[in-house]
Design a protein around this ligand. Sequence first.
Ligand SMILES: [Zn+2]
Length: 185
Amino acid sequence: MNQYFIKINRKSVYENVNVGNTKTVVPGIVETKVSFCIKFSNEVKDIMWKKGWGFYHGPSILEVRFMIQNFTRKMYNFLIRYNKNTYKIFKKLIKNKNAFVVSIGGADGYEGIIIDEDRNIQTLRHEPEQQYFSQYKKTKVQCNECGSKFIHSKLDWELTCPVCDMPDCCEVEYEQIEDIIGVIK
Ligand SMILES: [Zn+2]
């Protein structure tokens, strides 16, 4: 059986300034909200009826607000190009799988298209961060089954050969950070 001892690259070891930290703040997805007014025409009535949004009486102008995921430059250009023909925009967004109506209601008059971008902040909770970061030296290992040679990082946790898929294709021992730093706090 081929046996390997994978050593830590001494130069790669550095202390983590966030040791023990259990929270990481990351930017969430961007949500784009687009609001505009449309004439409450029979076509709009039909669409709303088919979508099951109920039936509105009274207002002759509606303000609709969509939430759009993966807002693209193309979408932005479309909104600008058809800003005087908001019915066309309405029809386009209704069919878009990344667009969702978030509100719809009567409006006093026509207003321009409003585009709002919201980026949520997410806090991830995780195990306390380790005290040291390190990387292993790129070490060539050989599969016992097919004889292929490759860098140890190609092995998964079951030590499967990336060429012939044999699990435990060689024996590997990894150097531990404690062995070079001494006692970890
Ligand atoms: Zn193999």
